[in-house]
Design a protein around this ligand. Structure first.
Ligand code: SAM
Length: 265
């Protein structure tokens, strides 16, 4: 399927794209750390905080956040190749050296490749809901993924989740209940919006074309006046599209408070 997103020049490893991954080792199951990749080494300054966005779509969150917080390194993972190329090209054009993009399955990359304790934050916004029961196993929120998060997030770090989908939210809540609370690895916290709502006067900021709707181009690091007024949670394309449709959102933060606490059976 084509989304008509092709633009820009051919992407090259080095800037935006990390180096090619080495093949998985033959002794993977007995030597899991041999498959790990030092994702922090992909950036100019590997000591900076590291945040992972899963399912970056057109890359709007990355372009906005990486420009606003240049002292943080971001990795976006998007497995739909056309969106991945589009997002990576946007990041290249915005000259954001603190972002890298991967075009592969994030669940598998997190499970096999990401080293322990490297992520300050994992962002999961408007993940595909896979509504049919036979497809639920494709949902990103699974016990295996949450177990992986207890390993890759540093103690005190966060998993941040937003969805518009009521049934997927109910599924998430059932999973989160198993992983949070007394004696569990995570604590549930209120979701703090990326850009807290500002007063109407302040929101009369720079006019940025296309602040609403799917396909919006927001200038790097500059949320539109409309976005600020709307009190967006994360400012992704899907949030803007669904907000324009009047949909409500569910959002939560899971903070890793006890990485070694017993995991649910
Ligand atoms: C509904 S879109 C949301 C995009 C973006 N987060 C937003 O809010 O605008 C979900 C995105 O996640 C991507 N995705 C779904 N499962 C994925 C996986 N296992 N690995 C990488 N990307 C995935 C899809 O290709 C799609 O672009």
């Amino acid at each position: 399927m084509s989304f008509g997103l092709s633009r820009g020049r051919e992407l090259e490893p080095g800037f935006t794209l990390p180096p090619a991954l080495a093949p998985l080792p033959d002794d993977l199951l007995s030597n899991r750390k041999a498959a790990h990749v030092d994702v922090r080494a992909w950036y100019d300054d590997p000591t900076r905080p590291f945040e992972l966005e899963i399912g970056s779509g057109k890359g709007t969150f990355l372009v906005q956040e990486a420009a606003r917080r240049r002292e943080t390194n971001f990795l976006g993972i998007e497995y739909a190749m056309e969106f991945y190329r589009y997002a990576a090209d946007r990041i290249r054009r915005a000259e954001l050296r603190n972002v890298r993009m991967l075009g592969l399955d994030a669940a598998e990359f997190v499970h096999w490749r990401v080293p322990d304790g490297v992520c300050d934050v994992v962002h999961l916004y408007f993940a595909d809901p896979w509504p049919k029961t036979k497809h639920h196993r494709r949902r990103m929120i699974q016990d295996r993924f949450l177990a992986d998060c207890t390993r890759i997030i540093r103690p005190g770090g966060e998993l941040r989740v937003v969805t518009d989908h009521d049934d997927y939210w109910a599924w998430m809540e059932r999973h989160f209940d198993r992983w949070t609370g007394a004696g569990r690895p995570f604590a549930r916290e209120e979701f703090k919006p990326v850009m807290p709502p500002r007063g109407a006067d302040e929101a009369e900021g720079p006019t940025v074309p296309g602040g609403q709707g799917d396909g919006a181009e927001v200038a790097a690091g500059e949320p539109s006046a409309a976005a600020l007024k709307a009190g967006e949670l994360v400012g992704t394309n899907f949030e803007r599209k669904y907000r324009a449709e009047g949909r409500g959102f569910h959002a939560t933060t899971l903070r890793l408070v006890a990485p070694d606490a017993p995991k649910p059976a």
